[in-house]
Structures are given as C-alpha cells and as structure tokens.
Design a protein around this ligand. Sequence first.
Ligand SMILES: *Cc1c(COP(=O)(O)O)cnc(C)c1O
Length: 404
Amino acid sequence: MFSALTHLECARTGERYAADEIQGTSAVGAPLLARYDLQRVAATVTREEIASRAATLWRYHELLPVRSVQRVVSLGEGMTPLVALPRFGSRIGVPGLLMKDEGLIPTGTFKARGAAVGVSRAAELGVAGVAMPTNGNAGAAWALYAARAGIRSLIMMPVDAPRITRAECWISGAELYLVDGLIGDAGKLIAASVADRAGYQDVSTLKEPYRLEGKKTMAYELVEQLDWRTPDVIVYPTGGGVGIIGIYKALGELRELGWIHGELPRLIAVQATGCAPIVKAFQCGAAESEPFPDARTVAFGINVPKALGDFLVLNAVYETGGTAVAVTDGALLDALGELARTEGAFVCPEGAACFAAVAQLREAGWLTGAEQVVVLNTGTGMKYPDTVPMNVPVLAKDGRIPSE
Ligand SMILES: *Cc1c(COP(=O)(O)O)cnc(C)c1O
C-alpha cells in the first residue's frame, strides 16, 4: 500500500467526497480534507521503518495522497534541518528556541512541499494544466514542479511580488501574467479563465485538497526530528493558512496513529500589522475573519487579506491553546538582521516575523522562557534581496581600507 487515502471530507459539513476523481471545493465552497485509513497505517508501518527511508517528505507516503510510486514528482524536497538558535534565543529570553529551516528546499521556500504533492496528485488524476493566483513563491514552486511533471501551468501574480519568483515561473515555461492588484484580484481572473480551458484545474489556496497534504509534512518531520516528541510551541507565519492548518492536521493524525501522546503543541499564527485579519478575528474570539483593508507588508507571503481557510486556522489556534500575534515590518526587519548577525541565518521576512513574535510574546509574559519553541522559517532570505538595505563602501583600485 503506497497511500492509505480513503476519501475527502468537507471541512465545514463533514460530507464525504470521492478521492480518486478531480475535486475542487465542497458543495458549500469549503476546503476538502484528505482522510486516510490510519488504523491500517498503524498496523503496517512503524516509526522505525519510516526512519530508515530516504530523507524526503515521501518517506511518509502512506499518509500522502499519491497512489502510485511511479507518479511521484520530486526534486528531493523535505527533511529540512531543525537548528538550535541558542544565541538569538538567549537574547530574547527563550533559550530553547529552534528553527526548522525551509530555506533549504528546492525553490527556496516550503511551497515546494505543497507543489510536490499537489502536482504529483494532479498529474496522477489526469490534470493537464494547473492554474493559480500567487504572491510569488507558490506560483514559482508550482511552475517548476509542473515542468518536472510534464504538465502546463498558468500563473498570475501581483506586479510587485518578489522579482525572483517571476523569473522562476518564466524560466520554467509557465504561462505567466502580472496583475496590477492583489492576490485576490489575480484569483478572480484565474477562476474566470480556467472555466473555459479544458484540462486545467484551479489550484488556488485550499481550492484543491492536496497542497495541504504536502505542507503538513513539516509537522511529521519536526516531530520525527525531536524523536517523536512534540515541542511546547510552534510558530508559523500565516497567510493563506495552509501551513498551520496542515501542521494541526498532521499532529492530529500522529496522535491518532499513537505515534505522539499528550497535549498538542500550542500553535501561534503570526501576521504583519499591515495585514492581520486572523489576529483581529482572534482578538474578538471570532470563528472567521473579515477582509483586511489596504493590506501591505514587506513579508509578501503573508499578505493575504482574507483566507478561504481562516476558520480552520482559528480553530487550530483555539483548540491548542495558542494565540495569534501581529508584528510591524520594522520589528520583523530588525529580527531578520539580528538572526543573521547572531546565528548566521539569513531568513525570509515571513520567518523573521515569527522570531519578532516570539520576542514579543516573551516580553508580554505569554512565554515564560522555559518552553521549547519551534519557529518555521518558511523560506530563504536569498529570495528577497531587496529587503536588505545596504550601504557598502566602494573603494578605488588604488584605495585603502580604513583602519579599524
Ligand atoms: C506562502 C508563504 C507563507 C504563508 O503560508 P500559508 O501556508 O499560505 O499561510 C509564509 N512564508 C512564505 C515564505 C510563503 O511563501
């Protein structure tokens, strides 16, 4: 058994859907969640066996939706390092701080996970082209994995999305469009065009079930890397929310499998003050968010004013006793520099937002400093060269380096 996938389930109503045909959202427009025969997995696979497999996210293939090993489209993604950050951690009063570094993955962001699994499954089900609106990183990853799979991709991103992601789409042969607007505007244009293109699927965030399945593997890996123990707190930069929803789903699956025990880690959704719909909803105790007006932040990957899966993000935060916090662009850029100077880690602005949030939560007393805290650094800083303001002296060929 390569995959124990049994069916899909509406995230709002629980209604069942067949897994082996192309599916979008449910009848009520909600995301579909993949369900597995976990009893069968528990009876046939052990944690030790998983540990002996190749170091990619496909080591959890029973818990992934791709039916046939031949249909796996991979560039070697997964098993990113879990790194201790003792210096930065001590400085902010959380010495047990760890970073799972998703910068070290094909395409340089964790979007590769969703793309690897999503594209593999789409191609397995006969999809000829994937279409999506993106803030950049997801489009880049899906374009490259689609090329690897030999299917087409139609990508649309805001004109001010990070330029490197535009290049990644372009070089991989994607049909690429820029829109003078936000990701939501791109989403409308994509939906309209997919309607009259045979063989294309709209793979917008949570409008197909399998991107989530790829992203959830961050939690499997993290737990495996901690010897099948869970940390106290997991901190995640939240845009569309797929990552944090996936982490919560994966932790639930691991508990049902009997591979972890006890309380789940508290999950923290981090946003930028310039785009904080989930934080605002959390502060009101609401089950869903309102569209955030005039959304703007340098952390482009989390610039999502209204997420389809907002209720799932909020549920994950409430159910684990976590919280949702917003940090300013100034605070996240400070953290970005501090991380590089104290730990040699060049993180992405979204990851930096999480580090700023940990410092903020420690200061506020929400964290005592005794916790083991894992931050997901969702990408490499190298994808965002423009976030580093520089003032580097240029010397003439016969000039002199000033003495210290
Ligand atoms: C997309 C993205 C996020 C947000 O992830 P979601 O799963 O959509 O919440 C965070 N960081 C980076 C670098 C991203 O590209």
